[in-house]
Design a protein around this ligand. Structure first.
Ligand code: J2J
Length: 531
């Protein structure tokens, strides 16, 4: 396995192979087999209505792969990819797999403070962007900063107007590069809890299983038309089952530039979309909008909701509001995916976050001492399995804390397991805010706040919010005059912090409440602003 990654131990690897979860095939077979089996079916449709068959997408990916190689990118090198939901994302994703070059999937919302450390940590050889986000933000500016700050970045490729950079490379396809299916295919980003980014290596065969098994459990077929409403770089929209699941099933991927009801409903009607995945605030918005918008949503059969907890009340309204079935998905880019099943009773679909995808997923629920709780009691979810990472990339110290000695990933989520095996997510022990599915590592934001000249101490906590689930409150102890929320957010933007990480509220205190062991008590802080 790539240096800096932690492989599965031999015994478990043997089991995953023997039981058929690891097929020993590269991830790219999803597209290459599709192109062989049904070349003329529609694989991809973009927001403007441009369409690509499986054969065309396959050819495009091969040309990109050849272009990447011709540019001098070698197998095993990393490339940070930051693209919106454009067709180039899909073609390039497969192009990278074919060239053996490893994409590091950043989100379009990321800015300098996320992208520079990512490029450094991954020692990225290149950076791929769109020219702009369509709303006035110019990624080429960010690329200039990256180019100056990170010497390993040799190339910047731009979808759109390249300015001084390069367009996406393209060349006549050469012989395929052979890849080891047990090695890394791509890197996903962790939601994180610390001050520095964490990269999640996903191997060819683990991600292939992830996409195929998710597609099966969600009933994907050749008739599936999947709307990519969340960022395609997110594990949910990419592979749970996401666009890779749709390709695995021989279905069609439809790209939405944003998840607004206006955009999504129009595409659902135009393309007869059958399934999509959203975060809870988007589901709430869509349910409200469906009441007064008149697009025809009758093609929609399934709405997947995950990324943050969907409460039972809105969950119970999905069918009447949108005319489709609900599937709750509790997943993580680190691996473990839980789905409610299509044939589960309504009660489970509405009140649980699903059960593990794979029979070989091991789930432990433990108390703060690390001992298993009694069945049905709540505790922290630990997990290992055929598609759950064994360690973050180049993060030995962090790995020692994030994994048990026998390789279970400490999810930081507090869950309870029902007799049926379904999990109910009850909370969290990790120091992270989940703002409508977008994850904010508290320590990272606190470090940025501490850089402000008037800030003596900072503590960030989540506050309950009806729509977002949580919003972010920054508590500050200040020197001299306290800055306003507007000043603080302007300061954070200036530092290149992604907009979704900006605090929604500011509270200034003389000092922080402490726990018995003298640490800042986030529980006490959260209580101050609850309700
Ligand atoms: C409560 N919390 C949830 C849920 C994720 C599918 C779906 C989601 C993600 C994802 C994903 C939750 N109820 N239904 O990768 O493939 C919180 C938990 C979890 C963290 C992971 C996928 N679904 N969560 O959200 O890596 O705290 O993945 O540990 O972004 O989101 O975040 P992320």
């Amino acid at each position: 396995m790539l240096d800096g990654c932690v492989p599965w131990p031999g015994e478990l690897a043997e089991r995953y192979r023997a039981e058929g979860y690891w097929s020993g095939r590269p991830l790219d077979v999803l597209l290459s087999e599709g192109a062989r089996q049904h070349p003329s079916r529609t694989a991809l449709v973009d927001a403007d209505g441009s369409r690509w068959t499986y054969a065309e997408l396959d050819e495009w990916a091969s040309r990109l792969a050849a272009g990447l190689a011709e540019t001098g990118l070698r197998p095993g090198e990393r490339v940070v990819v930051q693209l919106p939901n454009v067709p180039e994302f899909v073609a390039l994703f497969f192009g990278f797999l074919r060239a053996g070059v490893l994409p590091v999937l950043a989100l379009p919302a990321h800015r300098e403070s996320e992208i520079v450390p990512l490029c450094e940590l991954s020692e990225a050889a290149a950076y791929v962007i769109a020219d702009s986000d369509g709303a006035g933000y110019d990624y080429r500016e960010l690329a200039r900063t990256v180019g100056e700050a990170v010497p390993s970045v040799r190339h910047v490729f731009v979808v759109g107007e390249p300015a001084e950079f390069r367009p996406l490379p393209s060349a006549s396809p050469g012989p395929p590069v052979s890849v080891d299916p047990s090695d890394v295919a791509l890197f996903l980003l962790s939601g994180g809890t610390t001050g520095t980014p964490k990269l999640i290596p996903r191997t060819h065969q683990d991600y292939l299983y992830n996409a195929r098994a998710s597609a099966a459990v969600s009933g994907f077929s050749a008739d599936t038309r999947y709307l990519v409403a969340l960022p395609a770089a997110h594990n949910f929209a990419l592979a749970s089952p996401g666009l890779l699941g749709a390709v695995a099933a021989g279905g069609t991927v439809v790209l939405a530039p944003d998840p607004s009801a206006d955009t999504a409903f129009e595409l659902i009607e135009r393309e007869r979309v059958t399934v999509t995945a959203v975060v809870p605030p988007v589901a709430l918005l869509w349910m409200d909008a469906a009441g007064f918008m008149d697009e025809d949503l009758s093609s929609l059969r399934l709405l997947q909701v995950g990324g943050a907890k969907l409460s039972a009340e809105p969950a119970s309204r999905v069918r009447s509001a949108l005319g489709c079935d609900l599937q709750q998905v509790f997943g993580m880019a680190e691996g473990l995916l839980n789905f409610t099943r299509l044939d589960d009773p309504d009660e489970l679909k509405i009140t649980t976050q699903g059960r593990p995808l794979c029979p070989a997923d091991e789930v432990l629920v433990v108390n703060p001492e690390g001992d298993p709780v009694a069945p049905g009691e709540s505790g922290e979810l630990l997990t290992r399995g055929p598609y759950t990472l064994r360690g973050y990339f180049r993060a030995e110290q962090h790995n020692a804390r994030s994994f048990t000695p026998d390789g279970f990933y400490r999810s930081g989520d507090v869950v309870r397991v029902l007799p049926s095996g379904h999990l109910v997510v009850e909370g969290r022990v990790k120091d992270q805010i989940n703002r409508g599915g977008e994850k904010i590592p508290a320590e990272e934001l606190e470090n940025h706040l501490l850089a402000h000249p008037a800030v003596h101490d900072a503590a960030v906590v989540g506050m309950p919010d009806e729509v977002m689930g949580e919003r972010t409150c920054a508590f500050l102890v200040v020197r001299g005059e306290a800055p306003t929320l507007r000043e603080v957010t302007a300061f954070l933007r200036e530092r290149g912090v992604a907009a979704y990480k900006l605090p929604d509220r500011l509270e200034v205190l003389d000092g922080f409440p402490l726990t018995k062991v003298g640490k800042v008590s986030k529980v006490a802080l959260a209580q101050r602003i609850a309700g």
